[in-house]
Design a binder for this molecule. Structure first.
Ligand code: PAF
Length: 270
């Protein structure tokens, strides 16, 4: 495995790219395995992007277990790991940002107004540097996935995207680098989020198509289990438009807090 810190040392071959912020877990390993299936060469970046954290969020405390991450990447036989320096990506006079106004002013964007601008900007910079043919992203950050796909389309970037399924612990909790923030008591509550989504999915599978009815099934479980809900909504898979009745492939998305820890999850319906 080669470690690269300068853009000019990046490989020229057919390449799958997995962008990460490190603190790697089974979800990331699944992204890497997916990339490997489709491309001979796999490059993973690790960069805790300051532009996607607001003041008061967890940028400083975000886990950075660099040695463990590199060890895991070596075990996965990743070909290249790109560890950009913050000043290389964002010099002090950096001015230009990518902003999808419609896509950022909903769901997670309501609580984190500049988050997706930071995500899209860093992903575009990474893509222009790495120049992959394939980008592998996880479905757990569904809004991020939809907005990045939209950016590629709007900017006519010839990069294919594979969306990999969310990886879960046996009890259903989705893997996330932020799970380490949960206290033992919160960790035992956390799987209820996915159980709530599954209850809603069951209703959908039984033929219910009214979004409010389906959401209510999940809301009852989430409300009774100590979460405070930021949003619980059904949106289209294609562009996250609201859907009163499920007439198109859709996704039930939730963001909810246990104490200070904000958990995201979702389940596709239809
Ligand atoms: O999902 C993430 O880990 C980050 O948002 C990403 C895509 C690596 C951009 O910093």
């Amino acid at each position: 495995m080669q470690i690269i810190s300068k853009a000019q040392d990046l490989p020229p071959t057919e390449l799958a790219f997995v962008p990460t912020m490190g603190a790697l877990h089974a979800g990331h390993l699944h992204l890497i395995a997916t990339a490997r299936k489709h491309c001979p060469t796999v490059l993973v970046s690790i960069f805790v992007n300051p532009k996607q954290f607001a003041a008061g969020e967890d940028f400083a405390s975000y886990p950075r277990p660099r040695d463990d991450d590199l060890h895991l990447l070596r075990q996965q036989r990743v070909d290249y790991v790109y560890l950009p320096q913050a000043l290389d990506l964002f010099p002090t006079d950096f001015q230009t940002y990518v902003h999808n106004r419609a896509g950022s002013e909903m769901l997670c964007g309501l609580q984190r107004p500049n988050h997706f601008q930071g995500v899209l900007t860093v992903v575009l910079k990474l893509l222009l540097t790495v120049r992959p043919q394939l980008l592998v992203l996880g479905k757990k950050d569904y809004q991020q996935l939809v907005l990045i796909k939209r950016m590629l389309r709007d900017f006519s970037l010839p990069i294919a995207v594979i969306a990999a399924t969310t990886q879960r612990y046996e009890d259903g909790l989705a893997y996330s680098s932020r799970n380490t923030y949960l206290t033992p008591a919160q960790r035992s509550q956390a799987p209820l989020l996915y159980q709530a989504l599954r209850a809603a999915e069951k209703l959908f599978q039984q033929g219910e198509r009214n979004s409010e009815q389906i959401i209510a099934a999940a809301r009852n479980i989430i409300a009774s289990s100590g979460f405070s809900t930021d949003y619980l909504e059904i949106r289209t898979q294609a562009d996250l438009a609201p859907l009163a009745s499920i007439t198109a492939p859709s996704v039930l998305l939730v963001a909810a807090r246990l104490g200070d820890t904000r958990l995201l999850d979702n389940i596709e319906l239809g």
